[in-house]
Design a protein around this ligand. Structure first.
Ligand SMILES: [Zn+2]
Length: 175
């Protein structure tokens, strides 16, 4: 993880570190040319005397010798929309700040109406007491599925009670 820095991300597919080429180059030293003919020289930051005259050779070296996949500029642009959230998330994960983000995402996954309907159906069809939604065991189950679910269910307790009453009147002939 020591190569991960600003601009790096971790590949979703391979788990490898992806980073821009400039993360791994060093400026030329002493007699070393910055350019050979028309070609820009890329010096490996990790090897004492390794250089390439084009980015694809440099990328290949960094990948095979140092196990780091370098994002090419064109791919970076293509993927940027897909990787933005991913890399933000991974950066946050590195510094242990994902819990707030996780909570936001988990909360957004909850649809109160759908949850209420599912609980009402369970209670009515299985002839359970609506008190089940106050049960710590029921809450443990909900939390296991989505840690932010519990609050949403508690807050809809009175709603569910009302729904169950109505639904029971509607369903009782069918059961
Ligand atoms: Zn090297």
């Amino acid at each position: 993880m020591s190569f991960v820095s600003e601009g790096s991300s971790i590949s979703r597919d391979t788990g490898r570190i992806l980073s821009p080429i400039t993360e791994h180059t060093r400026p030329p030293q002493d007699e070393e040319p910055a350019q050979k003919g028309k070609n820009h020289m890329y010096y490996c930051k990790y090897c004492p005397a390794w250089s390439a005259q084009n980015t694809s050779n440099f990328r290949q070296h960094i990948q095979s010798k140092h196990g780091i996949a370098i994002i090419s500029q064109s791919r970076k642009v293509d993927d940027s929309s897909n990787t933005t959230l991913q890399s933000l998330y991974e950066k946050a994960m590195v510094i242990n700040q994902t819990s707030e983000l996780d909570a936001q995402i988990l909360k957004r996954a909850l649809n109160k109406e759908v949850i209420t309907q599912a609980i009402v159906s369970l209670i009515v069809i299985k002839n359970l007491s609506f008190q089940i939604i106050k049960s710590p065991y029921f809450h443990a189950l909900c939390k296991a599925l989505n840690p932010t679910a519990s609050n949403k269910i508690l807050s809809s307790h009175s709603t569910i009670k009302e729904h169950v009453r109505k639904s029971w009147l509607f369903h009782k002939d069918l059961i």
